[in-house]
Design a protein around this ligand. Structure first.
Ligand SMILES: NC(=O)c1ccc[n+]([C@@H]2O[C@H](COP(=O)([O-])OP(=O)(O)OC[C@H]3O[C@@H](n4cnc5c(N)ncnc54)[C@H](O)[C@@H]3O)[C@@H](O)[C@H]2O)c1
Length: 246
């Protein structure tokens, strides 16, 4: 078990990639804090983890809300006494072409994907600095490397997440905290289920591996980067895309 007795917070772990990551981490021996804005989804992931016989708690969190984030860290410390791993996975899309994109659409995506990552990263980093160790993993995207039609807001956040990852690496890694990003390609999850089928088929054909990703493909990458096997990896952006280039 690669994450035995590690305490891991995974934001947005009610469903999709976050839920798959929470379950993978639990199978690798981690004590997982399941947090999400949606309480029903939290309860489902928590039940699946409990069925594995692993310790877990569920906490309702809106990552854009500072009080919620402070409560998340406090409750985690109360229950598990440390925070070894933070996966900043919570994210949303609100797509439109540039000239059709409303200010509210732009602001919402920035608030969750960029500011939410900053909020959680900052509070976890304070605790990890006191501990003298920790791992922070951030969800970027292939869109955060190449940009994508209709995703001005989302691309801005996912490029920004890479900027924060590299900056936190410089600030935190000298103190024992590794910080990396994962850039998934097109992964079958509730986020992509709302995309037109022809776009998904196009992305599948574009990928040299000729398939879309599964949430578990990303969970496996997070598990590796969180583990001691990745002890010399920091400031990296791991593309998990089936080779797709946009
Ligand atoms: N699916 C893909 O193809 C893909 C590709 C690249 C990157 N990503 C990134 O991976 C991450 C997970 O994506 P997914 O496909 O599993 O999406 P998803 O929509 O299936 O899951 C996202 C989760 O985040 C939660 N969430 C949303 N806003 C929140 C908030 N304010 N506070 C707390 N939780 C909140 C949702 O409730 C949901 O459970 C996202 O950051 C996404 O941008 C996904």
């Amino acid at each position: 078990m690669r994450l035995k007795d590690k305490v891991a917070i995974i934001t947005g772990s009610g469903r999709g990639i976050g839920a798959a990551t929470a379950i993978k981490f639990a199978k690798e021996g981690a004590k997982v804090v399941v947090c999400d804005i949606n309480i029903d989804d939290i309860n489902r992931t928590v039940s699946e983890i409990k069925a594995l016989g692993t310790e877990t708690i569920g906490i309702k969190v809106d990552v854009t809300n500072n009080e919620d984030v402070a409560n998340l860290m406090n409750k985690t410390l109360e229950k598990f006494e440390k925070i070894d791993i933070l996966v900043n996975n919570a994210g949303i899309t609100a797509d439109a072409r540039l000239i059709k994109m409303e200010e509210d659409q732009f602001d919402r995506v920035i608030a969750v994907n960029l500011k939410g990552t900053y909020n959680c990263g900052k509070e976890a980093a304070k605790i990890m600095l006191e501990q003298g160790n920790g791992v922070i993993l951030n969800a970027s995207s292939v869109v955060g490397i190449y940009g994508n039609f209709g995703q001005t807001n989302y691309a801005a956040t996912k490029f920004g997440v890479i900027g924060m990852t590299k900056t936190w690496c410089k600030e935190l890694s000298p103190k024992g905290i590794r910080v990396n990003a994962v850039a998934p390609g097109f992964i079958l999850s509730p986020m992509t289920e709302k995309m037109p089928e022809k776009v998904l088929n196009f992305m599948k054909e574009k990928a040299p591996l000729k398939r879309l990703g599964q949430p578990e493909d990303i969970a496996n990458a997070y598990a590796f980067l969180a583990s001691d096997e990745a002890s010399f990896i920091t400031g990296a952006v791991l593309e998990v895309t089936g080779g797709v280039v946009l």
